[in-house]
Write a protein that binds this ligand. Structure first.
Ligand code: EPU
Length: 454
């Protein structure tokens, strides 16, 4: 497997010298949240699967490791990935892989459909709040799976799944990976499944298109109601993953927060419609091309409120970055997250950079300030990291963003892409010394932070 040149290391951090206005052209990678369930879906194929536009990310590598542990041959060379089942017997996802990444839970539906049994650790709570899987289990139970919770694992079995009429609506709307799990199981169930309140996210539509390429019969993709006619066997197929709309939007916001102008290419503009409307409302000039979007921004944007909701609403995966953008906009912004109501880890760190943000329940109130000042901040999750990078690009002086391993889970070479646009951002790694104790390593790390903030 080609080594990922994003060196994801627990001692890596970004050093950013803010104030450069970003200009130029940049290309987007394939979508992480399409890659992960589609890789799991390859468990269903009886022949090799070839994926293209696969991003080189820590999460993709973790999913590849999970699939190898499930008897698959997985090989990634640059953006291409080959997946093939070599041993169809394993059904247990090891705990250590499940702990690293929630999307390992997407193997549950495919394992159950193809191998009739699955033992998959329950994904725990995580840095962005409580993330239940009751809807995944409800859907699989409706298809006839027997489910038990044993020692923190979902133990699932079924002689043969049977089609059913299932509504996957939860308290906050549809579920993306829940839809992925149930759809991936239903494609090999006996008879017809009607899946209601299905997720509309382009990544789930992409999974559906992939399953159809393997031979599945799915109607209604991109609408809330799917009709799935089960088949006995699925073959193999090539499939090109859609571009990452969250990466694209993050890059557009990076340009916007620096008052720059640029073109973000290799994207599907219609996946970004809501975000483009927000940017226009904030005062940016947006031009839409075939597979690209140009943005030109004034020195200061206007405050625009958002409410994060499932697609086609404003993505929760962009809530933190929008909060960063609004931190230096003119006026006060209300940022509400109706998907993950506790996803505000970035707020305290943005305030450390001079922002003025107060949280109340699932809402942040952002009072725009005229400028941010560089400081040392620590990322708590993937999108919070991206928000801190954006803020650092706009802040006066030097910003250190620690713990960027979170960022490497979901952004392919973000630092290089931003450099291409003229950003002063460097990845730095503190090498642990030979035989260094954790304390010695921590001391080095603190030293890097001290130097940085000085
Ligand atoms: N929910 C339930 N019960 C369930 C499942 C979900 O109540 O069984 C609730 C959740 O608590 C949440 C809402 O439904 O309030 C939506 O959650 P969803 O299930 O859609 O989230 P997910 O599938 O676990 C995916 C992405 C996340 C992204 C969310 C929302 C992947 C691998 N992950 O998670 O991506 O935030 O959808 O769009 O696709 C990220 O990339 O940073 C990330 C966290």
């Amino acid at each position: 497997m080609a080594e990922n040149n994003t060196c994801s290391f627990f001692m890596s951090y970004f050093e950013i010298i803010g104030g450069e206005s970003l200009q130029g052209e940049v290309r987007c990678s394939g979508a992480k949240n399409a890659a992960l369930p589609i890789m799991a879906g390859a468990l269903l194929a009886s022949e090799p699967v070839r994926l293209e536009n696969v991003p080189r990310l820590t999460d993709v590598r973790t999913q590849a490791r999970v699939l190898r542990e499930l008897g698959m041959h997985v090989e990634q060379i640059d953006g291409r990935m080959l997946l093939e089942t070599v041993d169809p017997r394993p059904v247990r996802v090891p705990e250590r892989s499940a702990q690293r990444m929630r999307a390992s839970f997407c193997t549950l539906g495919p394992l159950l459909a193809r191998r009739r049994k699955a033992i998959v650790p329950l994904p725990g709570g995580c840095a962005i709040g409580n993330r239940p899987v009751d809807l995944h289990l409800k859907g699989l139970a409706a298809l006839g799976a027997e489910l038990q919770l044993q020692h923190g694992c979902v133990v699932a079995s079924a002689r043969r799944l049977t089609g059913a009429d299932i509504d996957l609506c939860g308290p906050n709307g549809s579920t993306a990976t829940g839809t992925a799990n149930v759809m991936s199981a239903a494609v090999m169930a006996r008879g017809v499944t009607i899946l209601r309140s299905a997720a509309l996210e382009p990544e789930i539509v992409d999974l559906g298109r992939f399953l159809i390429a393997l031979g599945a019969k799915i109607e209604g993709l991109g609408t809330p109601t799917l009709r799935i006619e089960g088949v006995d066997q699925l073959g193999g197929a090539p499939h090109r993953l859609i571009p990452d709309r969250i990466e694209a939007a993050t890059l557009l916001l990076a340009v916007a927060i620096t008052g720059g102008s640029a073109v973000v290419k290799d994207i599907v503009p219609e996946h970004l419609e809501t975000v483009l409307q927000l940017l226009r409302a904030a005062g940016a000039e947006i031009g839409v091309q075939n597979s690209g979007v140009s943005i030109q921004t004034p020195k200061r944007l206007r405050a625009v409120d958002i409410v994060a909701r499932p697609y086609p609403g404003v993505p929760t995966d962009l809530q933190a970055q929008w909060t960063a953008l609004m931190a230096i906009a003119e006026g006060t912004t209300r940022v509400q997250d109706c998907v993950f109501g506790n996803r505000f880890l970035h707020v305290a760190e943005l305030n450390r950079l001079g922002a003025s943000i107060q949280c109340d329940g699932n809402t942040a109130f952002v009072k725009g300030v005229s400028s941010l000042q560089g400081a040392t901040v620590t990322a708590g999750d993937l999108r919070a990291s991206a928000a801190l990078v954006l803020a650092g690009l706009a802040a006066e002086g030097r910003t250190i963003v620690n713990r960027i391993r979170h960022l490497d889970r979901g952004y392919e070479l973000l630092d290089r892409k931003l450099q291409r646009l003229g950003a002063k951002i460097e990845r730095r790694t503190v090498q642990p010394l030979n035989n260094s104790t954790p304390n010695a390593v921590a001391a080095l790390f603190n030293e890097s932070s001290r130097l940085a903030s000085g």
